[in-house]
Design a protein around this ligand. Structure first.
Ligand code: PLP
Length: 333
């Protein structure tokens, strides 16, 4: 392990290392490069996913500041909120979720799990970006609580560190399996995963190119700037001496389709092919789109046959059940 992380507080909530697997049958079917998967859908706690790596450090910081509760914003089906609820339960602090929208009659998917993991839900209506958090925090402080506030998607310089350490983990796996990785492809949305992987690649001295697939944005500019800012803040925090610029981040916005969370043929075909050839589930919102993008880039001859390409599986598979009718057509036989 790298000394950059020695003095950063963390909590033990992950089941590591997550598997690094080769998708042999899918790669052969596509007659393209070797496709690998980093299975961060299997981080463990609370059904897993990429956010638990960020929460390892976010909750570490919360406990080091003697906080006894967390507050975070998100969508009603937020994967991050679900993992935060589980992580808070595991370390024994209270989780308050500021969710957009209004209370539905029944809880399903991630919201169901939020309740099971004991989170307190604050319904925030049209306030989708944590606007209500100061008010919630004030109320908790008035009750003598010490809340720690986690930003949207867990993407700040502390959360980013979780993915810098993840690259150190994968570096050992690559060495053991004798793989020279040419590309890492990932669904990129609030930025913490992408920024962290980029910092980790530099810390570990890998020559791997990192490509983010746009999930909820379709135009370049502000987001690359945001990625550089996150990477710089995290680097300063761990004492890694590198300055990032927006040009250091590669994003591909070609697969935005009809928008965030809109399932099209790209996502459907990627999910069904990965399921059929590997027995592995991808979610429709993030990894289905990223795998669809990778398959399209392979079919478009953007990679050489001897190259090794990894999709970083970030989890989120509850959405398969939430969106079942859009994934498999009506059963007629
Ligand atoms: C949040 C999330 C992402 C995106 O990660 P960011 O760090 O927000 O860019 C990708 N996949 C899944 C399943 C997620 O929940």
């Amino acid at each position: 392990m790298n000394s950059y992380f020695d003095n950063i507080p963390r909590v033990n909530i992950l089941n590591l290392p997550t598997p690094l697997v080769k998708l042999k049958r899918l790669s052969e079917h596509l007659e393209g490069p070797n496709i690998y998967l980093k299975r961060d859908d299997l981080t463990g706690l609370g059904l897993g996913g990429n956010k638990t790596r960020k929460l390892e450090f976010l909750l570490g910081e919360a406990l080091s500041q003697n906080c006894d509760s967390i507050i975070m914003p998100g969508d009603i089906q937020s994967n991050c909120c679900r993992q935060a609820a589980a992580a808070a339960a595991a370390v024994g602090i209270q989780c308050h979720l500021a969710l957009s929208g209004t209370k539905p009659e029944y809880a399903e998917g991630n919201l169901l799990l939020d309740y099971i993991f004991g989170a307190v839900i604050h319904w925030c209506g049209e306030y989708t970006n944590g606007e209500k958090i100061p008010e919630i925090a004030e109320k908790l402080r008035a009750q003598g609580k010490r809340p720690y506030i986690i930003p949207y998607g867990g993407s700040n310089c502390t959360g980013v560190i979780g993915f810098a350490t993840a690259v150190c983990e994968i570096k050992d796996q690559l060495t053991n399996q004798n793989i020279n990785l040419d590309y890492i492809i990932l669904p990129s949305s609030s930025g913490g995963t992408h920024a962290g992987i980029s910092v980790g690649v530099d810390i570990c001295g890998l020559s791997t190119k990192v490509i983010g697939i746009g999930i909820d944005k379709s135009v370049p500019g502000d987001y690359e700037y945001e990625l550089a800012k996150l990477a710089n803040e995290a680097s300063i925090k761990i004492g890694f001496d590198k300055q990032y610029d927006s040009k250091d981040f590669i994003m591909n916005y070609n697969y935005f389709g009809n928008g965030y969370g809109k399932i099209g043929n790209l996502e459907r075909e990627a999910i069904n092919l990965t399921g059929k050839y590997e027995g592995i589930l991808l979610d429709p919102v993030y990894n289905g789109r990223a795998m669809g993008a990778l398959i399209h880039m392979i079919q478009d001859n953007q990679f050489m046959k001897n190259e090794n390409i990894l999709l970083w599986h970030t989890g989120g598979i509850q959405a398969v059940f939430m969106r079942a009718r859009e994934l498999v057509e009506k059963i007629t036989d």
